[in-house]
Every structure is written in C-alpha cells, then in structure tokens.
Design a protein around this ligand. Structure first.
Ligand code: ZN
Length: 356
C-alpha cells in the first residue's frame, strides 16, 4: 500500500465535520512542519504551506478540511479502495497534497498549499476568508487548482448559484367562505407551472458545456386547517452558467416569475447569489493540467471555490481524486488508483520544465 493511501486512511480516521477541524489541522500542520523548504502558517483551523524560490509563477493547490455528516462510517480499506466519510470529498486529495508538498522541494513553479476549514457550510464562513483577513498575500498566485473530487479529470470553471424567495400574498378567510378571501396557495399554481416549464440554457464555453438548472427548493405557508392562507413563500434555486453575471441570472429568473406576481401583494428577495467561474482553459498551467490528466475535460457541475479564486482574478479549475457523485453520500469512497493518478499528474505539472 502506498504512503499516500495510508495517509488518506489516517486522515479519514480523524473526524472533521465543519467547525470541528482543529485536530485535523493540527495533524496537517505537524506533517508539513518537518519540511524545511516550506513556510507553514496556521490561521485558526487553516494551514498554508508555501515555497519561496523566486519562481516566475505561483501555483495554488487548495483543499478543504471539513466533511458533512452523510451517514458514511469511519475509515475502512477493501481491495484497493478506501471507504469512509471524506474519502472522496476530499481527504484522499488532502493526502496527495501533503505528500507532494513534502516531496517537491524544488518545483518549477512556487507552490502554495492551502488546507482550509468550513467550506461545506456557507460562503461567508469559509476558512479562505479567514486566511484573507489575516494575510491576503497568502492567497496570491497565478493559477489555482481546487482538489474537489473529479475522478482525476479536470472539471473546469463552475456554475453560479442563486436563491430567490418569493412571498405571495392573499387575504385570509374562513374556508367555508373562501370567496371572502384570496388564497395565496392557489396563486402558486400558475407560478409553479411557469417555473417547471422554464427552460434554462445549455451553454458551451471553451469547449465545455454548462447545463443550467432551475428548481423549487422550498414551499411554506398556511396558518390553520380552516383558514384560507394569506401568505405563501416559495424558494427557488437557479444554477447558472458562468457567462452570466449574478445580475443577468436574477433578471432571467425574474422574467419567469414576475408575470405571475401582483406588485401590490407580492415580494421577491434574493437570499444569496454567488457568481460562477469561466473555464480559463487558455491559462498555460490549466491547459497543461488537462493534457497531463489524459482525460476529457468537462464543466464543473455545482459551485466550488474555483469561483472565489476567479473572483480574485486567479484562473482556477477543479482536479481531485474520487467520484464527485459519491461526495456527501453514505457509500463515499476513493480508490488508491485515483489517488495515485492525481498525485502523478500534479507531480508532473509542478516539476516538468515550464512551458513558457
Ligand atoms: Zn468538497
């Protein structure tokens, strides 16, 4: 069994649900501290290790320490596969990062290895923001690779995400005399039909295809078994391609919803919105990453911190071990083969002569 696989097993064995990453951060810090070519900084439950060799370009490799509770159990190895909570998302790739950070004492590019807390909760809680507050220079670089599970293929860019709440108003009345009121729940019917029938786009950018989505994720309302509801709220989640700004995505969704609203009674509020990230495959390092992975590149389904780096002007892509479909799944697992593929691709990327 390889050193990386053993380390991945050890990391899965250290529980680290969001906000409880301290023990795992301690272990990561300890493992990195023994490498004299790295400057290691601990900020809260985040760890950043950097080389400072004066290279032309700096490559950031980042991964989150936290897991979500999914019902997956502790670490177990069976036939070259590591099972357990966080195996794919993303302690396997953390093991690759720690191992390479220690081994690559003279990479072609300067390297920044970022291990951060609280990725799985809300954007506002991310350890990346804590690092930025403490020392924004630690997030500086020319290109970033996020180790989210991608099955050792590059998943470029990411979708934007928007959550919008619609409050429909009515007039309460006794259900025996509904004509005395206005049923806010019945007013949902045309609105829901419009959302179900809406056709979000499928967009190809830089050769990768983003499929937009639009889903109702919450419906709340009603005040009693014999009362015509005076208020109903509907929450809609729209995943949009990165060629659209948040403003344009909001405008598209409002175009679907607004014809069914009554300006005097109803209210629309954006609960949260995060921009996507363009694929940036013209970046020479990301282009080389695709070539070295020897796998077809695709668009990232979902939102990742690729967008955080893109928002800071740093081209970024997702590349890590494990099947993305098994993230947050009780059957979560990662194969040794996938870990070694990611390790060898990243090692080649960071050690081969610079393409420039
Ligand atoms: Zn993840």
């Amino acid at each position: 069994v390889s050193e990386i696989f053993e380390l991945a097993c050890e990391l899965v064995g250290i529980p680290s649900v969001s906000r409880e990453e301290g023990r795992l951060a301690d272990r990561v810090e300890e493992l990195l501290a023994s490498s004299p070519h790295l400057t290691v900084r601990r900020i809260g439950d985040n760890v950043v290790a950097r080389t400072d060799l004066g290279r032309d370009r700096r490559v950031i490799v980042a991964g989150h320490l936290d897991t979500v509770s999914s019902g997956a159990q502790g670490a177990r190895i069976e036939d070259g596969t590591l099972w357990g909570l966080g195996a794919a998302d993303m302690k396997g790739t953390l093991a690759v990062m720690i191992t390479l950070a220690g081994q690559l004492d003279s990479p072609t590019f300067d390297a920044t290895w970022i291990f951060y807390a609280r990725e799985e909760i809300a954007r506002s809680e991310s350890g990346l923001l804590e690092i930025e507050l403490a020392d924004p220079t630690l997030l500086e670089g020319d290109v970033a690779i996020l180790g989210e599970p991608t099955d050792a293929a590059v998943e470029a860019g990411c979708q934007g995400t928007l959550r919008l709440e619609v409050l429909l108003g009515g007039i309460p009345a006794h259900t025996a005399r509904p004509f005395m009121g206005l049923n806010a729940a019945h007013r949902l019917a045309p609105l829901l039909s419009a959302i179900v029938a809406a056709s979000p786009r499928t967009v190809t950018i830089d050769g990768v295809t983003f499929a937009e989505q639009c889903e109702v994720v919450g419906v709340h309302g009603g005040s009693g078994g014999n009362v015509v509801p005076a208020e109903v709220t509907l929450v809609v989640n729209h995943r949009f391609a990165p060629d659209r700004t948040p403003e344009a995505a909001i405008a598209w969704l409002r175009g679907v919803i607004d014809p069914h609203l009554d300006a005097a009674r109803d209210h629309v509020e954006v609960i949260d919105v995060a921009p996507g990230a363009l694929p940036s495959l013209e970046d020479p390092v990301l282009g080389r990453l695709v070539a070295l992975s020897a796998r077809p590149v695709s668009a990232k389904v979902g939102w990742t911190d690729v967008a955080t780096f893109a928002g800071r002007g740093i081209p970024a892509a997702n590349f890590g071990a494990g099947d993305p479909l098994l993230a947050h799944h009780p059957e979560e697992r990662v194969s040794e083969e996938s870990l070694l593929a990611v390790a060898s691709t990243l090692r080649d990327l960071l050690t081969e002569p610079s393409p420039a």
